[in-house]
Design a protein around this ligand. Structure first.
Ligand code: FE
Length: 351
């Protein structure tokens, strides 16, 4: 394998840092896998080492944010050394798909283990990707300002009675684009736009910050209600810091839309890259990610849920949130719907 100098340096650094203990026997022909990942959690390390131990395939990793990774792949083009690309959120996975960054994968094992609605297949693009862990987009509210009954559903965020109460991140962020895309699938484009206009009319402040910032703004009463991905909330719930404990004391949590289509669920996932030099190793790695043990590593690393039903996590704080009805809208259609979602946020002024 010949890598550009910049990549050689990056892979070299990853190797010395992580893979010294799991080097393959000197006599064996070295098998490698080049992984581009937007995930970077502590348990991922154990996951990669476990894969190498089981298969003898060494993993070279490039870890970066989703956008820099996508940019890098586009720049490298057909000469990219990447074999597998892992990203978070259907909006980004779908974007990578239509940019032609993935290739088809024929795997009976993946087809059997990953639920159909959590795959990015059959988009007429000849490429595919798979969800490997799930997260939910939930409502948090300030218990001094609102009651749970005020904010049972996503639609409630547009109610005139919530004027000045809604904190949000930019509608242009993939987490929001996916949710707004899902809303357009359920309500139709016009219905979703009307909803978005209602939400914008209820802003407590212009959109800013990430999900954790919304949780904190709700906790201090800067606003009455906000949306967050479940794992950010669980991080605050698991924190020992006094300010986080104080925040949790003033926050109420709602699983949205339990009486209708269910709470919006998204994925982290990935696929085999278009020009993967080590295609077989790449498929083996994806199949490994669908194993029960890898599913637990992946889910626990970021307080998420496995996609494979037989994988069982033990995460008491996450479990404290209780069971919920999840939206079963296909993640592929949520990805596709972000074109509509982008138009909606522009027209509604949710940037
Ligand atoms: Fe996130």
């Amino acid at each position: 394998m010949v890598l550009p100098a910049s990549l050689r340096a990056a892979f070299g650094a990853a190797l010395t840092g992580v893979f010294v203990a799991v080097a393959a026997p000197a006599a064996a022909q070295e098998q490698v896998l080049n992984l581009y990942s937007a995930r970077h959690y502590q348990t991922d390390e154990a996951l990669y080492q476990d894969f190498t131990r089981r298969t003898g395939i060494r993993i070279n990793r490039i870890e970066a944010g989703d956008e820099p990774l996508l940019e890098r792949l586009r720049t490298e083009g057909a000469r990219s050394p990447a074999d597998v690309l892992l990203l978070v959120d259907a909006a980004r996975l779908w974007k990578a798909q239509i940019d032609g960054l993935f290739q088809p994968v024929k795997s009976a094992l993946l087809d059997a283990r990953i639920p159909t609605h959590l795959r990015g297949k059959d988009d007429g693009q000849g490429s595919e990707w798979y969800g490997f862990s799930t997260r939910a987009r939930i409502i948090v509210y300030n218990k001094n300002k609102l009651k749970a009954d005020d904010v049972r559903d996503y639609e409630d965020l547009a109610k005139p009675s919530l004027k000045g109460q809604v904190c949000t991140r930019s509608g242009a962020h993939p987490y929001m684009l996916s949710l707004i895309g899902a809303m357009s699938e359920h309500l139709g484009e016009a219905g979703a736009e009307q909803w978005a206009r209602g939400v914008v009319g209820n802003f407590a402040r212009p959109p800013r910050g990430g999900d954790t910032d919304q949780i904190k703004a709700v906790a201090v009463g800067e606003c009455g209600v906000a949306l967050t991905n479940s794992y950010y909330l669980v991080r605050v719930m698991r924190s020992d810091k006094a300010e986080d404990k104080q925040a949790m004391a003033s926050i109420g949590i709602v699983w949205p839309n339990q009486k209708s289509w269910g709470t919006h669920v998204n994925v982290s996932g990935g696929g085999v890259t278009k020009n993967a030099p080590h295609r077989e190793a790449a498929i083996k790695f994806l199949e490994y990610l669908a194993s029960d043990s890898a599913q637990v590593y992946l889910a626990d690393g970021n307080n998420e849920w496995p996609v494979v039903k037989t994988a069982v996590t033990k995460n008491p704080v996450l479990d404290e949130l209780g069971p919920f009805k999840a939206d079963t809208l296909s993640i592929a259609s949520i990805g596709r719907a972000q074109i509509t979602a982008s138009k909606i946020i522009d027209r509604a002024g949710w940037r």
